[in-house]
Each structure stands twice: as structure tokens, then as C-alpha cells.
Design a protein around this ligand. Structure first.
Ligand code: K7E
Ligand code: CUA
Length: 765
């Protein structure tokens, strides 16, 4: 009997249906028992110990992952691999109210193309802002491949602030990559297309279709891209791919890959061999080398003309001024990665088993000596491969991207076809280690791997497929990010994390302590514009007014646990604009606002002011409420929008009370309140008799509790005033409100007390 149970359990584990077994494991008390029950090895335990983060623990790094077609950015901790946030970027996202409030709609509207709303993105490459080549933790940029756009995310509040649309491109891939002081954000096109917006037949591909690389000027003070001062290089129709910015000795230069430099145009249906055949004929493609520093000087000197309202440097001008060069590179390359010291550039060709290491020193010499092997059909000088190459290393089949280690000369290259990571030395040109992953790695990321001083430690393999790794969830599988320990000589696989949101391409990871996000906004803040909102409303100043614009403006507030106003009356046909300010100062006291039928859904973090404008087309009753479980009386955080028929005349009479209250009710409530106050006093006694001021978290809680107690005092006065006049209906109700504030105070006080107990606060005299 016992044996057969064991067998069934083993079978269940083998089949991956070990739910019962897993929960049994919890009942076991010794490590050995748990290991046996779950079939874990010593190696597993070691891996677990390296990733497991106990409750309340923090991660050393934060990873910002592209969210692929979701158009978001995914934030997770390393090494725990716990997902912390999805940042809405190109796509509406209800939890954050993104694309539902007027303020964020304005950001999304910046991303319109030819007047069309584009409410998704194909995000590929996130990049941190840098100072002297180090991540400074202030901004994150990300590109949209499908619709050539770049977004700016402020890491002060993890919100998207700006979207810029490339005026020349019709698709892109080589963004976002930043120059060492975030002077510029690089964006290179992918599929060649005419710069103009009209029809151009494919027969004119060579003459009229173009590639490009744009250097978006970043205004660090404003935290926004300055389109006016940005410029674009016109490039041949070579299907430009990834980019990277030079640093150190290569500072001032940018590098951009290409594939299909054959300039092949497919057309299976016309009987032409497909793109994939025509785009892989030549043994080499071109690495584009652009001098942005000198280009910026030309722009500043007024020597660059504008086209479509933006600075554009035509190829002949770039050639004449010495701003643009080509170098042959391995066929159909993908990544181009500049070394932390800026001396080398690694390019891998997907259809070549080698990684190629270029020497910036050699490239520079060739440019200086005007030593070229010829020109391309557009007259761009070509530096011979032998005059640029440092070495070639056989790394495996289908090498894609390379990341740099903290150890000098050590790099990791993703090997797509062989599904592995190759660790190698680019100075000596030798392979050091290889690790198989599951399956088909795309990008990979090492900690602070794109900075001038990579940290190494962990590597994450960003896999395209998740076959046999997780419980099946239908034909569409999650992606799989695999955490690898690279601190030793041998790489060690630690953990699989499924990522079920779009196809993430690239990730960047930053030391967590470089990020200092806010816990609240300045009161009445429009977070998207980073300015005080004209609709900011203070407590007691709530109002509904018909503005000069004919719009009914509701200036409202939210605070535990009520929305003011609780009743909004408008007339059918009115345009209504509801502006809500969250009066909370307490951490994590976000309120939501959902309104029936109008597609209004807001997220109002402490201090924030958001607006929702809509047409009240039909008369009716429209309940609204808070969507965040913000307090015990959260369900009661509700109200009604009453849209009255035109010319409606109110019927006489007051609202009939559902329940009548007497003096006995009043006395009972007051007794409860007095008892509650005793609890509060004892908690306050505990807190003040300890060194709570040494704990900023507790100081914040105490501040919040003091506010709530102040509100309780006001309600108490109202209650007593009504009762003294014999109005026990209002007296009881206000006594109830007085109690509500007491409950919030007690809740905060208890949280503070628990915190002090858990953190070993000391008694003071
Ligand atoms: Cu998928 Cu960098 Cu767009 Cu490679 S990219 S994998
Ligand atoms: Cu505010 Cu629920």
C-alpha cells in the first residue's frame, strides 16, 4: 500500500502533475524530507539559496525588460526574478489608468502616426540614461519597431512621459541606444522605405527607398527629447539593424549594423525568389560608422537643412564631411556591441559561426589615412575588413548578441541555433565556457552590461521558446528568462522565469540602489506633464462648475474612504470633465475611480491629479466607485453621476432616510468611539515610548495617523453639535464618521507598532 502510493507520487512528479506532492512537501519539517519529496538535488538547493529572497527582502538589481508586442516595459528583481511592475508605454493599461485619463491620453496621442492612433508597440531595446557612460538611474528609453517611435520613461515615478515619432522611417530596430552622457538616443531604421509619405514603386527601390539613423537630442534638464535639435543621417536601403554608441576613444561615433545589403526585393507571388533567399547571398553586409559629434557641430553651425521639419543629413553631405563610413561585417549580423572601454566592437553574423572583433584603433587609422578599399553604390567609403578587424572567434551556430563581463576581455554571446551561451575572451580570441539553455536564446543581459563598468555577477538568457519548461497553458507559450550565475569560471543555470507578456527582446539591468523613486507626488500633480495640474483641488474646495468652455468641470478629491463629490448632477448632452486629486500623503494609498458605461478608469496615486473627459450623451444613473481596496470602508467609497433629461424639474422633498436613528443609537456609537479612543491611546503610548523617530517608515505612518485623528476631531465636533440640538439622525451619522476616522487611525497605529516590534525599537524614557 505504502509502496504503491510512493510509486504514484513519483509518477505524478515525472508527469509534471505534482501538485499534491508539492503541498505535501510543506508538511515536512526537515530539509532532507523536503528534498526527497520534491526530488531536489544539492545543486538545486544551492541554486535556490542563490535566488530565494525571504519575505521583505530586496533584490540587488532591477531588470527592465522589453514587453515586446505588449508595448510595455516589464520590471523585475534580480536574483529573485520577481516581477515588480509593468510600465505602460505604447499601449493603454487600465491598472495604471494609462490611456484612460486625459493626462496619459495626451502622451499616447504624441505617438499618433499620420493622425492614426497606434495603441500597441513592438518594443525591443530598453536603454538607461547615462552619465560618463555609467547608468545614472534617471530615465529609460525604449523603441517601437513596428511604428518608428521612441518613448521616454522617468524613473522618478516609473511613468512614460513622452513618445516621439520618427519623421523619416516606416520601421526601425536600432533603438534605443544612448551616447555616454545621454546627449543623444540612437534610432536606426530597419526595412527601407521612401522618406516621403506617398506611393513609390518598388522598381525605384535603389533610388528612392532609404535607411536612416536618427540621433534624438535628449534634454537632460527637462527630461524630454528635443525633436528640434535632433538629426537624421540618410543611409542606403540596406536594412539597418542594431546600433550601439561609441565610448572612451570611440566617443562621438555610432555603429549600426545592416543585413540585406544586397538590396534585394522579394515577391514570391510575382515568381521572384523570396526575401530570405535574396537577402543572404553576399558573404558580408555593412557596419555603418557615423560621426554624431561632428554632425551635431554642423547642425549647430546651421549647415544642415531641414526636411519634413527635422534636420536631415543627405548621404552626399555626410560623405563630403567625413561623417559616414562602411565596414564589411559577417553576413546577416544581429548585435553590435561596443566594449566598456570603447576600444573594440563585437559583431556576430547569424549565418556565420564566428563573432568578429573590430578594433576602433584600426578603424580610426583607416579613416585618418583615408585608406579605403572602395565605395559602395552611393559613394560611401568602405574600410577593408582586414584594416578594421582585430580577430574572429568561432563561438557557435547563429551568434546574436554579446554582453560584457566585469572581468576584462570576458564576454558572453548568445548562440541562437545551438541554444547556448558562449563565454569567451575577445582579447585573446578563445572560448572559455559554454552553457546550454532552453531554448533558442535571443538577447542576453549581464548586470550593468552596457555601461563602462559592467558588474558581471548574473547573466539572464532571454529565450524565445519555452518548450517543456512550464505547465502547458495552450498553444501560445510564455517566454523564458533564465538566470545564470557567472561569478565563477563555469556558468551555472539557476532559475527559469516565465514571462507571459509579449515577446521581450532586450533587457537592461541596473543596481537597485541607483534608483530613488518617489512614494508620492507633490499635491495636485499632473505626473505626465511633471507640473502642477490646473485642476488640483484642496480639501474643502471641491466644486462642480460649468466652465467658459461649456464643459461641466468637477473639481473633486479622494481620500480614505470617500470621493468628494459623492453626487454629481449634469444634464444629458453635457461634456463632463472630472478632475480628481488624491489628498493622501501616505505611502501606497492609491485610489481608483471607475465609472459605469463611460470607459472611465483612473489610478490616482497619493498627490496626483487626473482628469477624465467624456460626453454624457444619455440621461441615466451612473454609479462610480474606488477600484483599489484602500481601507476597511473601501466598498463605501462610492457615488452617483446623475445625468438628468433636458429640462428636468426636480421633484420636491428630501432624500428619505433608509434608517432612522435615536438618542440610544447616538449614545451607543459614542460609547464605541470612546472605547476605540482608549485603544488608540494605548497604541500611541507604545509608539511614543519608543524611539520611533529613528524609523522614517514609522514617522510617515504617525504623520498619516495624526491627520486621520484630526479629521476624527472635526467629525466629533459636528456630531456633538447636532446631538446638542436634539438632531440624533445627523448626530449619529457624524459619530459614525468620527468612528471611521478613528478606525483608520488605529489601523495606522497598529501598523506602526508592529513595525517597531519587528525592527527591535528601543524604549525611551
Ligand atoms: Cu529580437 Cu535586439 Cu530586436 Cu535580437 S532583437 S533577439
Ligand atoms: Cu479608495 Cu478604495
Amino acid at each position: 500500500m505504502k509502496n504503491s502510493f510512493k510509486r504514484i507520487t513519483a509518477l505524478a512528479i515525472g508527469l509534471g502533475i505534482g501538485m499534491g506532492a508539492a503541498s505535501n512537501a510543506f508538511a515536512k519539517s526537515s530539509l532532507e524530507e523536503v528534498m526527497k519529496e520534491r526530488g531536489l538535488t544539492q545543486k538545486d538547493l544551492l541554486a535556490a539559496a542563490k535566488t530565494y529572497t525571504p519575505t521583505g527582502g530586496r533584490d540587488e538589481y532591477l531588470a527592465f525588460s522589453s514587453g515586446g508586442q505588449s508595448g510595455h516595459v516589464i520590471v523585475y528583481g534580480v536574483p529573485s526574478m520577481r516581477i515588480l511592475k509593468y510600465i505602460a508605454v505604447f499601449t493603454p493599461e487600465p491598472w495604471q489608468g494609462y490611456g484612460f485619463d486625459d493626462e496619459s491620453k495626451a502622451v499616447l496621442a504624441q505617438g499618433k502616426i499620420n493622425g492614426n492612433d497606434i495603441t500597441y508597440g513592438d518594443t525591443h531595446h530598453p536603454a538607461f540614461s547615462e552619465t560618463k557612460g555609467e547608468y545614472n538611474g534617471r530615465y529609460l528609453f525604449i523603441n517601437d519597431k513596428a511604428n518608428p517611435r521612441i518613448a521616454v520613461i522617468d524613473l522618478h515615478d516609473f511613468e512614460t512621459k513622452q513618445i516621439v515619432v520618427n519623421p523619416f522611417m516606416k520601421s526601425e530596430h536600432g533603438g534605443a541606444f544612448v551616447t555616454p552622457n545621454t546627449e543623444y538616443v540612437m534610432e536606426a531604421s530597419q526595412y527601407a522605405a521612401p522618406f516621403s509619405d506617398d506611393f513609390v514603386p518598388l522598381e525605384e527601390f535603389n533610388e528612392k527607398y532609404r535607411g536612416a539613423v536618427t540621433y534624438w537630442k535628449f534634454d537632460d534638464k527637462k527630461g524630454r527629447i528635443d525633436s528640434e535639435m535632433s538629426f537624421t543621417f540618410e543611409l542606403p536601403p540596406y536594412s539597418q539593424d542594431l546600433s550601439d554608441a561609441g565610448k572612451g576613444p570611440s566617443m562621438g561615433w555610432g555603429f549600426t549594423n545592416s543585413f540585406c545589403s544586397e538590396r534585394y526585393v522579394g515577391g514570391i507571388e510575382r515568381g521572384r525568389p523570396p526575401f530570405e533567399a535574396g537577402c543572404s547571398q553576399k558573404d558580408t553586409d555593412f557596419l555603418h560608422v557615423t560621426n554624431w559629434k561632428k554632425a551635431a557641430e554642423l547642425v549647430a553651425a546651421g549647415k544642415v537643412k531641414k526636411s519634413k521639419g527635422a534636420y536631415m543629413i543627405p548621404m552626399d553631405q555626410a560623405i563630403k564631411e567625413g561623417l559616414l563610413y562602411l565596414i564589411p561585417e559577417p553576413k546577416s549580423p544581429h548585435g553590435v556591441d561596443v566594449s566598456p572601454d570603447g576600444t573594440h566592437i563585437i559583431v556576430s553574423g547569424k549565418l556565420d559561426s564566428h563573432a568578429w572583433v573590430y578594433s576602433w584603433d584600426k578603424i580610426q587609422k583607416a579613416i585618418k589615412n583615408k585608406k579605403f578599399e572602395g565605395k559602395d553604390p552611393y559613394g560611401i567609403p568602405i574600410i577593408a575588413m582586414k584594416d578594421a578587424l582585430h580577430t574572429q572567434v568561432q563561438v557557435g551556430l547563429g551568434p546574436l548578441h554579446t554582453q560584457y563581463d566585469a572581468k576584462k576581455c570576458v564576454v558572453y554571446t548568445s548562440i541562437y541555433v545551438d541554444s547556448m551561451v558562449t563565454k569567451w575572451d575577445y582579447c585573446e580570441g578563445k572560448v572559455l565556457d559554454q552553457l546550454h539553455i532552453h531554448y533558442n536564446i535571443g538577447h542576453l543581459v549581464a548586470m550593468e552590461g552596457d555601461s563602462v563598468s559592467p558588474d558581471g555577477k548574473y547573466l539572464i538568457s532571454l529565450n524565445k521558446l519555452a518548450i517543456d519548461r512550464f505547465n502547458p497553458v495552450g498553444p501560445l507559450h510564455p517566454q523564458n528568462h533564465q538566470l545564470i550565475d557567472i561569478s565563477g569560471d563555469k556558468m551555472q543555470l539557476l532559475y527559469d522565469m516565465p514571462l507571459p507578456l509579449g515577446e521581450p527582446h532586450y533587457v537592461v539591468a541596473i543596481k537597485a540602489d541607483k534608483l530613488k523613486p518617489a512614494v508620492r507626488y507633490k499635491s495636485g500633480w499632473n505626473s505626465r506633464a511633471d507640473a502642477k495640474s490646473p485642476y488640483a483641488t484642496r480639501a474643502g474646495r471641491e466644486k462642480v462648475v460649468r466652465g467658459e468652455d461649456g464643459v461641466v468641470h468637477v473639481y473633486g478629491t479622494v481620500i480614505r474612504s470617500h470621493i468628494t463629490p459623492e453626487i454629481i448632477e449634469v444634464e444629458e448632452g453635457d461634456t463632463v470633465s472630472i478632475h480628481l486629486t488624491n489628498l493622501e500623503r501616505a505611502e501606497d494609498e492609491t485610489h481608483g475611480f471607475a465609472l459605469y458605461n463611460e470607459n472611465v478608469n483612473l489610478s490616482i496615486e497619493p498627490g496626483k491629479t487626473v482628469s477624465a473627459t467624456f460626453e454624457a450623451e444619455k440621461a441615466g444613473v451612473f454609479p462610480y466607485y474606488c477600484t483599489e481596496f484602500c481601507s476597511a470602508l473601501h466598498l463605501e467609497m462610492q457615488g452617483y453621476l446623475l445625468v438628468k433629461p433636458k429640462g428636468y424639474v426636480a421633484k420636491a422633498g428630501a432624500i428619505k432616510e433608509g434608517t432612522k436613528y435615536t438618542q440610544a443609537d447616538y449614545d451607543k456609537q459614542v460609547k464605541t468611539n470612546v472605547d476605540t479612543q482608549a485603544v488608540i491611546d494605548s497604541v500611541v503610548g507604545f509608539i511614543t515610548s519608543h524611539n520611533y523617530k529613528d524609523f522614517p517608515e514609522v514617522v510617515a505612518l504617525v504623520e498619516d495617523a495624526t491627520d486621520q485623528l484630526g479629521f476624527a476631531e472635526e467629525a466629533k465636533k459636528k456630531s456633538e453639535s447636532y446631538a446638542s440640538k436634539g438632531d440624533y439622525q445627523n448626530g449619529t451619522l457624524w459619530a459614525g464618521q468620527w468612528w471611521q476616522y478613528q478606525v483608520k487611525t488605529a489601523d495606522l497605529g497598529l501598523r506602526a507598532k508592529t513595525f517597531l516590534e519587528e525592527h527591535g525599537a528601543k524604549k525611551v524614557k
